[in-house]
Design a protein around this ligand. Structure first.
Ligand SMILES: [Zn+2]
Length: 399
């Protein structure tokens, strides 16, 4: 079993130790300040140095059965018995400690609002950390918990204490939830200046020495997840500050783009959405009028006694409008750039779908529709109008 220096003092990030085992690219030491992955917190990274060499530690894992902590390293590793100096990646660890401590404090804030808001699972593996809660907290509850924690931290700092307490003494502490371990239990207590505990939890992780270091704790969103749980996604400390500053800069750039302020952005966007909807409706009206005008500008031809207008359109989007307004007794045949084609018919003796089918059999392509309106794509635009003409003559000759 490796002596866990991180449990004794989570701010001690450099240490001396001796190699006790080397296996599969990993090193075990007699003692370490490297925190092994566990409890939703990532394992530490950093550097191990010895006389004549050094290695980067990519990750740290604990073997549950033996209690040995393995430092996953690179390159040639020193033999058993070598004294080493360890240096944990401090910036990374402080981020992990802020996320983890914020998790304790935010969970306590929820618990104070309603003891039914119990933590089922946590993850602090990325800047967006999560607490999965029972008890279906509402958006109002989430806001209240965030506010309770912010006001608590604004009133004065909370200080970390991590006593190891025998199981028989645990009844003297107000634990937020039952410990998962037996025997001697390591408690993580955040206490105010008057000595009153804000949160007491059984935990083996690493935490910041003062709660003010996790501020601000910001809930980004909630999600309903499996098992009737509510996932609260939050960010803490420097990570939250940097992220929110970035969000503000983006919002400001967006506001400037729309000649607005950040505060007025929601109203500005509402106005723009309404304007866009009105323009879309106007665009549809104008398109329909243009399609109708283009159709009316073409002189009808008599094909086997049927008045037919053959339309060539630049814009395929005009095709439905031009065909939908086909007047009684007439047939309209439209071909747009790219091969989009269609037929409108207001004659029972010339069903549009049958004419289109017949024409597409000749030119190739796909399409379909009903007696009044059929649309498709022809594989041979050059021949399409002629094919429809032939189909009309054929239909009339059969009739
Ligand atoms: Zn913890």
């Amino acid at each position: 079993m490796t002596r866990p220096l991180y449990a004794e003092d989570s701010t001690r990030l450099t240490f001396s130790a001796t190699v006790v085992d080397v296996r599969n690219g990993a090193l075990a030491l007699d003692a370490t300040a490297f925190y092994p992955e566990g409890g939703g917190q990532n394992g530490d990274a950093g550097v191990l140095r010895w006389s004549g060499g050094e290695t980067r530690v990519r990750d740290t894992q604990r073997d549950k059965a033996s209690g040995v902590i393995w430092h996953e390293a690179e390159g040639d590793l020193p033999p058993v018995g070598t004294p080493v100096r360890g240096e944990v990646d401090a910036a990374r660890r402080w981020r992990h400690m802020a996320r983890h401590s914020a998790e304790h404090l935010l969970a306590q804030a929820f618990f104070r609002l309603n003891p039914a808001f119990r933590v089922a699972a946590v993850s602090m593996r990325s800047a967006e950390s999560t607490i999965d809660l029972e008890g279906n907290p509402t958006e109002a509850d989430v806001l209240a918990a965030e506010t309770l924690l912010r006001e608590t931290l604004a009133r004065g700092d909370l200080t970390l204490e991590t006593p190891v307490v025998p199981e028989t003494e645990l009844h003297r502490y107000r634990l937020r939830r039952e410990p998962k371990v037996r025997g001697a239990v390591r408690l993580v207590i955040f206490r105010d200046a008057a000595g009153i505990p804000f949160d007491v939890s059984a935990c083996g992780g690493t935490h910041v020495p003062r709660a003010s270091l996790v501020a601000p704790v910001v809930v980004l969103r909630t999600e309903r997840i499996r098992g009737g749980l509510t996932r609260v996604v939050f960010m803490a400390g420097e990570e939250a500050g940097a992220y929110l500053a970035g969000v503000y800069r983006s919002a400001r750039a967006l506001a400037q783009r729309f000649s607005s302020s950040v505060a007025d952005l929601p109203a500005r966007v509402e106005t723009l959405v309404a304007e866009r909807d009105a323009l879309k409706a106007e665009d549809l009206r104008l398109r329909a009028r243009l399609a109708q005008a283009l159709a009316e500008a073409v002189r009808p031809e008599l094909v086997a006694g049927v008045p037919v207008r053959f339309l060539r359109l630049d814009d395929p989007a005009l095709l439905p409008g031009a065909l939908a307004a086909t007047p009684e007794g007439e047939v309209r045949v439209a071909l747009a750039v790219g091969g989009r084609c269609g037929i409108g018919s207001r004659r029972v003796d010339c069903p549009a779908s049958a004419l289109l089918d017949a024409a597409l059999r000749v030119t190739g392509g796909r399409g379909g529709g009903r007696a009044a309106l059929a649309q498709g794509n022809t594989a041979d635009p050059e021949q399409f109008l002629q094919a429809v003409r032939a189909a009309l003559l054929g239909t009339r000759l059969l009739a």
